[in-house]
Every structure is written in structure tokens, then in C-alpha cells.
Design a binder for this molecule. Sequence first.
Ligand SMILES: Cc1cc2nc3c(=O)[nH]c(=O)nc-3n(C[C@H](O)[C@H](O)[C@H](O)COP(=O)(O)OP(=O)(O)OC[C@H]3O[C@@H](n4cnc5c(N)ncnc54)[C@H](O)[C@@H]3O)c2cc1C
Length: 593
Amino acid sequence: MVARGPAGGGRRGTGGAQTGNPGALPDGAGARGITRRLFLNGSLKATLAASLASRLSLGALLGGQAGGVKPATAARRYDGELIEESYDIAHRLRDGTLVIPSSLVPEGPLHDAIVLGGGVSGLMAAWELERGGLSDVVLYEKEDYIGGNARKGHANGTDYTCATWSVVRPKDPFLLKLFQDLGIVQGIAADGTPRIDPLLVGPGPDNNVLVDGTWYRGPMYGADPAEAIQRMPLSERDRKDEIEFYRDMNGWADKRGRDGRPAFAMPVEEGSRDPGILELDRITMLEYARRKGWGAYTLSEVDDWSTSDIGGQASEVSAYAFLSFNSLGQGGEDITLPGGNAWLAGRLTDKVGADRTRTELMAVRVENRGEEVRVTLVDARTGRFSARRARCAVIACPKHITGRMVPELAAAGREAYLGYRYGALLMGAASVRRTPRLKGAPPAWFNSADGRLIQGFLIADYNSDRWRKGDPDRPNVLCLWAPLGGRATRADLLVEPWSHWADLMADDLESMVPGISADLTRLDVYVWGHHMVIPAPGFLTGDARRGLTRPLGRITFAHSDRNGMPSFELATRAGYDAAREALAIVRGLPKSS
Ligand SMILES: Cc1cc2nc3c(=O)[nH]c(=O)nc-3n(C[C@H](O)[C@H](O)[C@H](O)COP(=O)(O)OP(=O)(O)OC[C@H]3O[C@@H](n4cnc5c(N)ncnc54)[C@H](O)[C@@H]3O)c2cc1C
């Protein structure tokens, strides 16, 4: 599991640091942000209560000074910048203000296939197209790097992740085969368990939780959560709820429907069709938690897992999505390296061949033209438009962009992309002169706490020689995890400068690790404006998503949002399936549904 949710744990997520009153959560974003902070300390509580009374905006609250926490603006001795994906052209495309030339003469040869989007889904698609026998495959990516949100940076002698963290042990044949092909699985043990390359498995400890100013080891994956939870200074009621919640998550991993199929699978289409289980896609996770009778503390934890793992608040995401994501996220230690999943993107790029990838070229139009697909690209540096053509195209870009690139979707009545909603997230990369020492426990990979903006921090050099050698004073990078869900809006991302976010993050960090501000030398803030598609009730088991993503002429659709939830498994599976569909089209075989 993860640092994330101990028992269930997708790859991201947090443990039970909540000290808020999530009874207020469902009523809206602002309510959630406020309640989480109310419990940080008494003076903050007073500040926020006063702010609430005077109906200040959430943005104002976030910008306000937390009682007891040093105002970072006065004390800022670090540098940094806001690092965003390029969105100017995408916004003009969305708004209909991008003038796309219609009579461009295609350049270059008729390719076998064009892949659009260089995240892990696009990389997987390109590789599968090549394995399927297409020799001329080319991949276009709008940014100046390949990997999408499997992206890393480097500082203080360590790689650090700018977004993704890790992958879990394979539980289905697709992922097992992929991990074998990528050299991650090195064999199968006598009991049938895949043997993971030991260098890729984190050394632990995975997860700390901050409660009342002291860090506690979080419940460990696979073990009974009771032991860890008993050690935390919680009320009897909260303890009972927490144990029940973790056990409930654990329990879903092994459940089967009345049809004998696993309750959940990835993609969801391969899970049980038992109406009793599908019914969970009609209610939100908040409703599920309330029916269980869990109190405020655990409701807050559920909400943290929700924003952290699947991008939306518990009041937005379906119970089916939450339970399947977290129960399938189980699997033992995480497979990770410093830099998050960037190393996986690197291995996939090696399979594809770096010479087949082209960066800083954004696709703005994709059209079927008889026996070929015509793609219009714009050079992100010069603004020059050009056209390319291929026998098929796989689009591995998020659907809110894809929908605007493919005019035929509207003509075919496949406009479900307009209803796709995505979460937004910030990841801070805080360079510190010394790895922090924590009160109560040694640092873990993820240290989960309730800040005004951040939900905790990863220590970047986890699973490295530096970590294992254990020099406690080594310089490091702390990756500050900040899903916005309810704490700020996407619109805030467009207007607030680096200093706004950096100050909030630095203040949060100081409240979690008192004194650390003196060691902070740089704080870069990575912005992920549409980072995870939010699986609201009905999204996963309904027809709209499948209808949108079936092949259209010679165009097929990948990206993790094809499968409705954000994970490496689902991204690569989407790329694979879209590539198989494209191969069938090129070969003139009946298309898979
Ligand atoms: C902050 C964060 C943390 C995450 N952590 C994990 C984790 O720990 N484990 C896990 O399994 N999953 C994690 N995920 C989920 C992650 O999204 C998937 O695992 C996977 O990396 C998604 O790959 P993708 O190819 O579907 O999408 P993306 O990574 O979004 O790739 C899409 C690519 O398409 C490009 N693009 C978009 N439009 C165009 C265009 N018009 N023309 C050309 N290129 C275009 C984009 O620039 C991007 O590179 C995380 C996601 C985020 C955002």
C-alpha cells in the first residue's frame, strides 16, 4: 500500500492524520478546508472561525495567516518557481479562438501510426503498435519532456517526483506480463507470487501519521490495522471507526460477486456484474461512509484518501470507484524509485525508441480522411502549424483536450467529454539542507499530516542507497502533496503567483516539522491542473464513457481516463487496448468493441 492509505491505499493518499471535523465536509469545498484547519491549533481555530463568520472566500482563508505558524512571506529565505504544463494553446482550442489552417499540405511520409500524447499510456500504445508489426510509428508530445505526469526533477543529489509515486504489485495477467516485459518481475515464486526485482521495492517504513504534534507509524498494508491505530492518541470512538474502516477496505480486496467474479477489477468491465456491487456506483463514498456510521474523524480520512487517490472529494466520487481503486491498490510493498514513475516512463521510452518521439508539438486537429488520418500540429515554440498523416492514430491525451481536437466526435454525438471533470493538484519540491528528524518516529516514505494546503510530504530519496546508508543529516527534497480538493480552486491556479502557493506550503511544512524553515533553500511548485478524472456515481459503470472511447474511423482513444480512474495500470491498459484496436483497423480485422 502506501503511504497512502495504509490498508487500502492506492499509490497516493494519506493515512489518518485527520484531526478535523469532517461532518462539515459534504457541504462544500470551503467547509472542508476550514474544518481540517480548525484543529491545527487553537489560535488558528479562532482565526478561521472569525473568517468563516465574516464569510471570507476560501482563497482569502488560505492566504490568511495561521495562528502560531510563522508567516512565510516575512521569513522567506528560499527561491523557487511555478512549473506548469503549457496550457495557452489548449485554452484557445477550448475557447474556439485558435485559428487552425485548413489547407495544409501534409509533410513527411504516410506513417503506419501516429500516437498523440507522451504519457505512459501513449508510450504503451506506441510500443504495442510496434510489437503488432507496424514499423513506422511516431509519437508527438506537446511538452518538452516525455512521460506526462510520470515526471521527475533533480536537486540536492537526488531525483524527486513531480507527481506520480509508485506502482503496486501486479494482480492481473495484463500487468504481470507488462512487468515481466519491463524486467520488474523476475520470476514467479512457488506460491505463485510474482518475484519483484528487489532493487525496486522500497525499504520502508512506508507511512507516518501526525497526531497532535507527534508522529506515529501508520497501519501497515496487509497487517491488522488495530495494532498501529491503538498506539495513536484517539478517542475510543475514533479508534473503533478507524479499525473498522481499514478492515472494510482490506475486506473488499478478496470479495467476489454472486457471479463468482472478483468484486472489482481493472478495467472495471472485468469485475463482477453482481447488481449488489454495481449498486455501489449509484452512491458517493461519503454516503457509503455515513451508512457505515463512521464518525467525523474517519469521514475526514475517507475524504483525504478520496482527493488524494482519485482526485475528487468523498462527496463527489462514487463508492464503487473508491472501493475498487483502494482495494485493488493493495498488494504489498510499493514498487518505486526516487523520481516516482519516471523510471517506468523511461523504460517504456526505451522500448518505443526515443528516436520515434517528438516533443513540443501539440496536436490540435485529428480527422479521418478516407484511408488515412490527418493530424494538425502546432509547434509550441514557434507557433508554426504543420500536418502529418498516418494509417491510424491513437490519441493518448485527456478527453477534455481530445474532444476539442476531433470535430467528428461532435458530429457522431459523442460529446460525453464535455462532462468529464478532473481534479487539480500541486506538488511542491522543497529542497532542504538536512533531512528532517521527526518527533516520535523516524521519517517514513510518506509522512501524512493535515495542513492548510498539503496533506503531508514524501521524502524524495526513499529506496536509494542514501536512504539505506541512513546519514540522517543528508540534504534532501521533500515532495509536498497538495490535492486541491476543496482547499482551493483550479481558477486560483491561474491567478495566484508562485509565492502564494510556496508560502502556504512552507507554513504547512513548518507546522509539521517545527524549525524546518531554516533549512529550506528552494521550493518549486508543480501545477497539475487536470490531473485525475473524477469518477462520479455512474461514470464507471454507465455507457457514456465507453461510448466516447470506442474507435472512430481510424482513430482510437487511450489515456488513463479511458478507464475512468488514474493509475499506471489503467493508463498502460488503455494504451494497449487502443493500440490493439488501431492494429485491427489497419489490418482490416473486425474491431474489438
Ligand atoms: C500528481 C499525480 C500523482 C499520481 N500518482 C500516481 C501513482 O503514484 N501511481 C499511479 O499508478 N498513478 C499515479 N497517477 C496517475 C497517473 O495519471 C497515471 O499513472 C499515468 O501516469 C497517466 O498517464 P497517461 O498517459 O494516461 O496521462 P498523462 O500523464 O496525463 O499523459 C498525457 C500526455 O499527453 C500530452 N498531451 C496532452 N494533450 C496533447 C496534445 N494535444 N498533443 C500532444 N500531446 C498532448 C500531455 O502533455 C501528457 O504528456 C498520478 C497522477 C498525478 C497527476
